[in-house]
Design a protein around this ligand. Sequence first.
Ligand SMILES: Cc1cc2nc3c(=O)[nH]c(=O)nc-3n(C[C@H](O)[C@H](O)[C@H](O)COP(=O)(O)O)c2cc1C
Length: 225
Amino acid sequence: MAEMGIFETMYTARALRRFKPDPVPDEVMSKVLDAAIRAPSGSNEQSWLFVVVKDAEQRKKLGDIYRKAGGILFALYQNRTKPAHMAQSTFEKLVASATYLVEHMGDAPVLLLACLKQNPPTVPPPKLPPEVADKMRTMARTSGSSIYPAVQNIILACRALGLGTCLTTIHMFYEEEVRAVLGLPPEVQTYAMLPIGYPSGKFGPIKRRPVSEVACLDRYGNPWK
Ligand SMILES: Cc1cc2nc3c(=O)[nH]c(=O)nc-3n(C[C@H](O)[C@H](O)[C@H](O)COP(=O)(O)O)c2cc1C
């Protein structure tokens, strides 16, 4: 297969949630993982861990947990209105697609868990001066910043290799159960569960709010033309 250009890859890597049952060859998954580890990470620590789940029984267990987490997601959605920029029909399609995945996560040929080995981000390392420790606590929002670039590489590599995938996070409602299924030690936290397979649906194009609505020049309120 000819290599895809990076922009075509980015512009067509839609979230895909329906997959053919065909297995994903290990060589192809190795390419996806090799793209993942090219991502940047804080201090270049590379404390990531990727768990590739192919075993049907393991996938079923994770699928059952994801289905349970879907129950919480839908309870949250009951109180959520659609984003202002989104047409009602688009929102309904999104909910239908997410609902499908809740029921079928375990059927995807591969489930890829993207994890980080670290202490909980709100617990500062010992022996730090108090003012530094205080700053560390305010940094909690960066907790995923050393794994999500790798996750985006996975999404793009999948697209370039003809695979579909979708970043999901709701398994974290029951993370302890996921950890037990995977046998993860306490210092490893999960950040994303990505179903991967050859898609039943079509890639792209990706539609988003225009740059003019979401970018500023120099200061807030001064739009980027
Ligand atoms: C942080 C994050 C969490 C997400 N969690 C879920 C999820 O739990 N379930 C799901 O079906 N999709 C999930 N998605 C996928 C989004 O719904 C999807 O990226 C978005 O609707 C854009 O889709 P598109 O690229 O096909 O336009 C998540 C995406 C992100 C970035």
